[in-house]
Design a protein around this ligand. Structure first.
Ligand code: SAM
Length: 271
């Protein structure tokens, strides 16, 4: 396994657009695997990153960097997500993580059947991972800061048992405190800049109920980080998820051979 270390996200996205053909799979996990039984189709004709030829999704990578750069330059760390989703709805942009399949490192993680246990999906986007957990029997609440993403999730999954909500990770409903048996944080913190990142990591852990589980999936920082977003997580950032009274059970470095970023974290915590 490649040792993960090093790179930190910038405090602002003042950098220029990437000139490389960054893979969309760095956002959403990579590798082969079957579709989740809970996955509904993504946008028409949209292949999952792992299915796309060469994994190349330069359109989406360029869009995210363009939107992130202008938002962060204006001092708004998260406003670009709504703008990106809204522009994509109108066909003027591509959301690189908006694919049909649930994250491969979630699909391949040996979760027990939900049996009605409460799960929270952080930054759920249009709902691919939330639907996967619902299909496993979890009572899922899934939230995103983008109203367009949540509208899309509801539209894509009519009749879904998932409770989709518009909410801000940095100002969550008080009754979510230490409430959930399973919390999934997948690919969100890596999209946040330095100034709010530590706070976001701390809040995620506070959703976990006593005896509950936190699963963190993210790109891993290496010695050759490239341009973001995403800004892959260091090992220290992964360890920081334990700060609000959690115990680290496992931290894996999972190869992501068709991603520019090569390695991903899969980390498990409990309270
Ligand atoms: C890189 S995307 C990943 C989406 C999803 N987890 C996936 O893997 O398909 C990050 C998501 O986090 C959401 N997000 C960003 N900041 C947020 C915040 N403060 N609170 C809630 N959601 C947020 C964005 O709108 C976006 O849908």
């Amino acid at each position: 396994m490649t040792s993960a270390s090093g790179a930190q996200p910038p405090a602002s996205a003042s950098g220029s657009q990437s000139s490389d053909s960054a893979s969309g799979s760095q956002w959403s996990g990579s590798g082969s695997g079957s579709q989740s039984s809970g996955s509904a189709p993504g946008p028409a004709g949209r292949a999952a990153p792992e299915e796309a030829a060469g994994g190349a999704r330069p359109d989406g990578a360029t869009d995210t960097r363009k939107f992130a750069a202008s938002s962060l330059a204006a001092g708004d760390a998260t406003g670009w997500f709504e703008r990106l989703y809204a522009e994509a709805q109108d066909g003027r942009a591509t959301v690189p993580w908006d694919v049909a399949a649930a994250s491969v490192n979630l699909r391949e993680f040996p979760l027990p059947p939900g049996e009605g246990r409460r799960a929270l999906v952080v930054g759920c986007g249009p709902g691919r991972d939330a639907e996967h957990l619902a299909a496993l029997g979890y009572a899922v609440t899934a939230f995103d800061i983008s109203p367009t993403a949540i509208a899309l999730a509801r539209e894509r999954h009519p009749g879904s048992p998932v409770d989709y909500r518009v909410a801000d990770l940095l100002d969550p409903p008080a009754d979510w405190h230490r409430t959930f048996d399973l919390v999934l944080e997948s690919n969100n913190v890596q999209a946040l800049p330095t100034e709010i990142r530590a706070r976001a990591i701390a809040v995620v852990g506070e959703f976990v109920a006593p005896g509950g589980t936190l699963l963190v999936l993210a790109a891993a920082a290496t010695d050759a980080p490239g341009e973001g977003p995403p800004w892959p997580l260091t090992r220290a950032e992964i360890d920081a998820f334990a700060a609000p009274g959690l115990r680290q059970l496992a931290v894996e470095e999972v190869p992501a051979p068709d991603s520019r970023l090569v390695v991903r974290w899969r980390a498990v915590f409990t309270r």
